[in-house]
Ligand binder design. Structure first.
Ligand SMILES: CC(C)(COP(=O)(O)OP(=O)(O)OC[C@H]1O[C@@H](n2cnc3c(N)ncnc32)[C@H](O)[C@@H]1OP(=O)(O)O)[C@@H](O)C(=O)NCCC(=O)NCCS
Length: 335
């Protein structure tokens, strides 16, 4: 949420360039335009929405380099709550990484990552995460941890139309308490997951429209009470209809939601449904029974090697591997 903070940053770099952080809403247009040009309009809109509406954002996490007032390169710290093996961690994602083409190779990202490390310390974050191009972030001390894309692909013919008698409808902000409770139920099973306050739920449902995190939450009701939900992100790799988050409180709910996803996929003309969920979820298990294949893994998740918190948390885990998303990462090998 954008509110005045003391000490916005302004640092001289070589060649008259200046590293800056956000002071006023009107300044957002420059960094947003860089992200729109480099990544697409939805990412420009995402930066604006994060800065103005995300409940945990600090303006000093909107970082850019400018040349005589023109913004040419950006990064943004996106706050996350993570839970790993009984330990609550705060993380700062290095996101919205972009340099305008003609300004690349001049060390602007390196300079901003140096400042970003200071922000990690100032915020007291335990670690930083990144979802991004493989290879680039290793030079900044990050290493591969989790596959984030991929999942099970279910073709239409693999799930015949089924009668389930449950209602599946689009979620509204009024569903937030029920969604939050279902999410907590889901995450209780996982050794590693993101934590989400009701404010963050509101942000996702009300302020993600036309941004890179836009998508649809659908609720499944049994006797007028929410029994499950799923999320279809608008932006993703591949052509299938993607389910990137789903909770089902019983097999009937899982079947209703899967049938609904297949019906939506047919309606929208996508070549099937891809479940980018963790392997043990009821929905994934049900889908596997219909015969599925694995989609390609495309995105790497990495955390800095120097961070001790995940290592300590992993050492205290009872199970040898942590389960999250759709992968089974070996933490001891990675952090
Ligand atoms: C990737 C990108 C952000 C780099 O920006 P930049 O301002 O040119 O980065 P820097 O000049 O600070 O480069 C830092 C180092 O990374 C290296 N590097 C640059 N692009 C790289 C890439 N795609 N892969 C690996 N290393 C790369 C540089 O050689 C430099 O190394 P050096 O200091 O040892 O010479 C920029 O090319 C870009 O905006 N690309 C398109 C968008 C994108 O891919 N963003 C990341 C999405 S996750």
């Amino acid at each position: 949420m954008l509110h005045p903070r003391p000490h916005p940053v302004r640092r001289e770099l070589q060649g008259g360039m200046v590293l800056r952080t956000l002071e006023a809403e009107a300044e957002l247009s420059g960094p947003c335009a860089v992200n729109a040009a480099v990544h697409g309009p939805e990412v420009g809109a995402l930066l604006r929405s994060l800065a103005l509406h995300h409940p945990d954002m600090d303006p000093r996490d909107v970082i850019w380099v400018e040349d005589q007032g023109e913004v040419v390169s950006t990064v943004c710290g996106i706050p996350w709550g993570l839970y790993l093996s009984g330990v609550q961690l705060s993380a700062l994602e290095l996101g919205l990484v972009a340099t305008l083409e003609r300004w690349r190779g001049r060390g602007f990202q390196r300079a901003m990552v140096g400042f970003f490390r200071e922000r990690i310390q100032e915020r007291g974050a335990h670690l930083s995460i990144i979802q991004g191009i493989p290879g680039f972030y290793r030079q900044f001390g990050y290493t591969y941890v989790l596959p984030l894309e991929g999942g099970l692909i279910l073709e239409h013919r693999q799930l015949p139309a089924t009668e389930h008698g449950l209602r599946v409808r689009k979620a509204t902000p009024g569903d937030i308490p029920a969604l939050a409770a279902l999410h907590q139920g889901l995450t209780r099973e996982l050794e590693l997951h993101a934590t989400r306050s009701e404010e963050v739920w509101s942000y996702l449902l009300e302020h993600a429209v036309e941004t890179g995190t836009e998508g649809e939450f659908w609720v499944c009701e049994r006797a007028d009470a929410a029994a499950g939900y799923m999320f279809f992100p608008k932006h993703h790799f591949g052509d299938e209809l993607v389910v990137s988050e789903a909770v089902a409180t019983g097999t009937d709910t899982a079947l209703a939601m899967l049938s609904h996803a297949v019906a939506l996929s047919r309606e929208r003309g996508t070549p099937g449904v891809r479940l980018s969920l963790h392997d043990g979820s009821t929905i994934s298990q049900l889908a596997r029974a219909g015969g599925t294949r694995h989609g390609p893994l495309r995105v790497a998740g990495v955390v800095p090697r120097h961070t001790e918190a995940p290592r300590r948390a992993a050492a205290s885990a009872h199970r040898p591997t942590a389960r999250v998303g759709m992968g089974r990462p070996h933490w001891r090998d990675c952090v």
